[in-house]
Design a protein around this ligand. Structure first.
Ligand SMILES: [Ca+2]
Length: 423
């Protein structure tokens, strides 16, 4: 301002002009710039689509600009007002033929480089529906085979909205241009119905998908001669979830045996009968995984060894029958070598698991006399006992092959793999 005030005498009018003009000029310029931006932004919202990376929302109460439906095998309402997770409406997605897909397409696509996960809310129209999710690339090809919601906190349920957050790395969609989002029926009941709301990409790291194996309270193997937790304690310690990959086990999962009267085991250390066999009850109900956890807790074993053995024995199918009608259930309990187990081994998942793990514990304690004939048999070899459950002998060839296969399932957590539910 000192420049504007000349040291030369000047009229008041000139002085005022000299002061006011720059102020007016600045004001006018600012107004013009501001109005330019306001006008531009206003236009922007109507006609101009932001660069892909700036627009990670795909659906809120309607499909966002540039997203359209390429769906199939379904009836879809994008402004369904009967349910909403937020705002006024959601997508209702009713399957009319198997593997019907809710497929959202963007010609422009989304650059995922700044994002970490795909997030959406889902509510089931009925229970036990299964869905899978995939993202599609710039050529509209799938980036990889779909992942199952089962692995990300369980299937949608009918009583409450669930928020799914799937890491983009699980979808092979990091640093990609994504042109398609698929949520697909995975052979659930006919005419399944799903509500979906608030589909977006987020920058949030996914802490951990709520897979069942991830927990600090995981059951681990307790050394021989450890005192084992009571059934009451295990009832409290099982981590409950809605995850059920074998809905067909439901009836047996709800069945607790009555009038159980198992004869004493022959050819064993007497402690196998007094301390172990006497504890077998099948006194638990829950989902298939909860029952496996309960057995792991009660008998003091690494819960993933229990899950892995249930994979190799029956693929977690309690209705499984083997050995020409002599072997039953999720852990394949042999009715001829384990007298008194049938029909409980067939009718109650908890009994089946309870019995198989009681036997494993007796073996692990060194109490199984028939194995004791082998000089190599010793207490404290859990995998050796897992093999003996299969072969009836101590680390023979059949047992070693079985142990090796079971270890593979243990290592890759087979029960959490996307294809597991189809075995
Ligand atoms: Ca909404």
């Amino acid at each position: 301002m000192s420049v504007s005030f000349s040291t030369q005498p000047t009229s008041i009018k000139t002085k005022i002009s000299r002061v006011l003009f720059p102020i007016f000029f600045l004001f006018a310029t600012a107004t013009a710039i501001a109005s330019f931006f306001i006008t531009f932004n206003f236009t922007d919202q109507i006609n101009w689509t932001a660069p892909a990376a700036l627009s990670p929302k795909i659906y809120t109460d309607k499909l966002e600009e540039d997203w359209t439906t390429w769906s199939w095998g379904s009836e879809i309402n994008f402004t369904n007002i009967t349910r909403s997770y937020s705002g006024n409406s959601s997508i209702s997605f009713k399957i009319t033929s198997p593997s019907g897909g809710l497929y959202l397409h963007s010609a422009k696509g989304l650059d995922t480089s700044e994002f970490k996960s795909l997030k959406f809310a889902a509510l089931a129209g009925k229970e036990n529906q299964r869905f899978r999710v995939a993202l599609y690339d710039k050529n509209n090809d799938p980036l990889q085979s779909p992942v199952f919601l089962t692995s990300y906190g369980g299937n949608p349920i009918a009583s409450a909205w669930k928020i799914y957050q799937i890491p983009l790395k699980d979808l092979n969609a990091q640093e990609k241009l994504v042109r398609g989002i698929l949520i697909q029926d995975a052979e659930g009941p006919k005419e399944s119905l799903l509500y979906v709301d608030d589909i977006e990409l987020t920058k949030d790291e996914v802490a951990q998908p709520s897979k069942t194996s991830v927990s600090s309270d995981k059951f681990l193997t307790l050394d021989p001669k450890s005192s084992l937790p009571s059934e009451e304690e295990c009832l409290k310690r099982v981590r409950r979830s809605e995850w059920e990959i074998r809905p067909e086990n439901k009836e047996a999962n709800q069945n607790i045996p009555s009038n159980l009267n198992l004869p004493d085991w022959n050819g064993v250390d007497e402690r196998a009968n007094s301390q172990i066999k006497s504890r077998i009850s099948g006194n638990f109900t829950g989902t298939t995984d909860e029952i496996l956890q309960w057995g792991a807790c009660k008998w003091g074993f690494d819960e993933d060894t229990v899950r892995a053995v249930a994979v190799i024995e029956s693929w977690w199918r309690q209705a499984d029958v083997g050995d020409k009608g002599k072997t039953f259930g999720i852990m394949q309990v042999k009715s001829d070598s384990h007298i008194g187990t049938f029909p409980f081994s067939r009718d109650s998942t908890a009994f089946n698991v309870d019995f198989a793990l009681a036997w494993r514990r007796a073996c692990y304690e060194g109490y199984i006399g028939s194995l004791g004939e082998d000089p190599a048999y010793r207490e404290g070899d859990e995998w050796g006992c897992i093999g003996a459950w299969f072969s009836g002998a101590w680390r023979d060839e059949g047992a070693e092959v079985y142990i090796s296969r079971t270890k593979d399932f243990y290592d890759n957590k087979k029960w959490l793999q996307p294809d597991f539910e189809y075995y």
